[in-house]
Design a protein around this ligand. Sequence first.
Ligand code: VGL
Ligand code: ZN
Length: 210
Amino acid sequence: MPPYPEDTAFLIVDVQRDFCPGGALAVADGDAVVPVVNRLAPHFRTVVLTQDWHPPGHASFASGHPGATPFSMTDMPYGPQVLWPDHCVQGTPGAAFHPDLDTARAQMIVRKGFHPGIDSYSAFFENDHTTPTGLAGYLSDRGVRHVVIAGLAFDFCVLWSALDARKVGLAVTVVEDGCRAIDLDGSLDAAMDRMREAGVTVTGADALAA
Ligand code: VGL
Ligand code: ZN
């Protein structure tokens, strides 16, 4: 019997090859989240994976912006946007889940970032903050009121997923040691502050799986 009630879901964000060492947008120590996530997943009845899933030439790729370098900023119609190295291109090996990630327990995979002109960090809304992915409806239809979140990267896709989960009325816990950060210009500290201001609980995996 899992220790978590049925109204609590585990949301595993973007544990994909391209965000792990050797990948196109490698997060330092990114693969260290895999054993943490695998240990926690059996405690939940509802497990959802997200998968960053961009078409070739996606608007968030620096390669399509003449003169721009990866990790610089640009202005999109929906606001400021970091330009990334090409990553998680649909159907490529880099877009696959980390080979050691236990995906068998997941009932739902949310693919995001597939609109050519809009990036999508959050599992709930794209970066225009209005286009829904459908995850809020899926969770609400299944009676979920609390999400526990782990994955990559703490200061981008985990951050925005946590903030949007709060926005749609869910209680949110982020597993600190089940995440790793990109940490671009202080984004790790800023993410921690924003999560705490939004009422997100940030805690360790040991406290959750004890
Ligand atoms: C992510 C940058 C670009 C993430 C995805 O998963 O945090 N970051 N695409
Ligand atoms: Zn992306």
